[in-house]
Design a protein around this ligand. Sequence first.
Ligand code: KG4
Ligand code: ZN
Length: 361
Amino acid sequence: MPTFAAANNSIMAYILGIESSCDDTSAAVLLDTLLLSNVMASQEVHKNYGGVVPELASRAHQQNIVPVVSQALNIAGVSMSDIHAIAFTRGPGLLGSLLVGTSFAKGLSLAADIPLIEVNHLTGHVLSHFIDVLSEDGKTLVPASGSKPEFPFLCLLVSGGHTQILKVKSPLSFEILGQTIDDAVGEAFDKGAKLLGLEYPGGPHIDRLARQGDSGQFTFAKPRIKDLDFSFSGVKTSFLYFLRDRMAENERFIEENKTNLAAGLQKTLVDILVEKVIRAVKLTGINRVALAGGVSANSGLRDRMILESKKRRWQVFIPPLRFTTDNAAMIAITGYYKFLDGKTAGLDIAPVTRSSLMPGE
Ligand code: KG4
Ligand code: ZN
């Protein structure tokens, strides 16, 4: 048993989290809110295809899941007999990928005779703000992201599949205030990157190039979408046509302007997101704003949110980079809150690929 647990009699539950919704196989162990391990196996195989190939993803999950889960248990210093419940990602995601995690979690729950907890991947991203780690002296718990937002707070959830502004009322009660009507912002980053000849996933490459570029050199039209909803397909199309026209004049245009193009695209996407967050704060009067999801790793978005928070006196909550993209720690923390509420699942539970699942459920 880990030293911290032995030294504190406040043990409630060891939760094993399993995430397999897309192309990362991950397992994590939490002791209540304290992160003991978070192991990740990313799949390199998709890079050559310009996107995630579902069949290859599920095959890689099958290969990775046993070693990833055993490593998570080893690092946490626990065995299956110590675990109180298994939380797994039910969806949204790719069916074949979700099926691997779901079936594995069911098998383990049956074998270990412990409860199974289904987790909405999106809720996981939001609740990653509530993960604790040990302080340097090992005596106290500290929030992994520096501080935890008080309820209610707003969350800009930005990933490869979703773009939403949520009002988070409690760990398991959310309201969607706005969302994309077409592409997710992560898709816009990835598709823009592909047009620039960059590898999948393109978001991190755009981020890296944008840091060396001038965002004022090229600007792209922003859509006018009502209320707190978003649209990104127009930006992608205008980026495509712009590149096509310029390449017709100079076939080395992309090569010669890559950093400025990345910076211009990133600024446009960040502007669209931040303008809606500003509006959401005005409409709700809530000035605690959190970022979540893969795109919250973007340095342009992070810097801009910090800037706006200083200017507008918001409290802004930015997750550590390791909790921005898909990971099982966020699934385990959500599992922990559901465990406290007695929300367990039966063995007949099946994955859900689309976001018919409400975040917070
Ligand atoms: O949350 P996530 O890992 O998976 C989904 O749930 O979709 O998000 C993946 C998305 C991809 O579109 C990826 O390009 C984007 O997050 N992403 C970034 C950055 N890091 C990851 N986008 C922009 N800048 C980044 N630094
Ligand atoms: Zn995700």
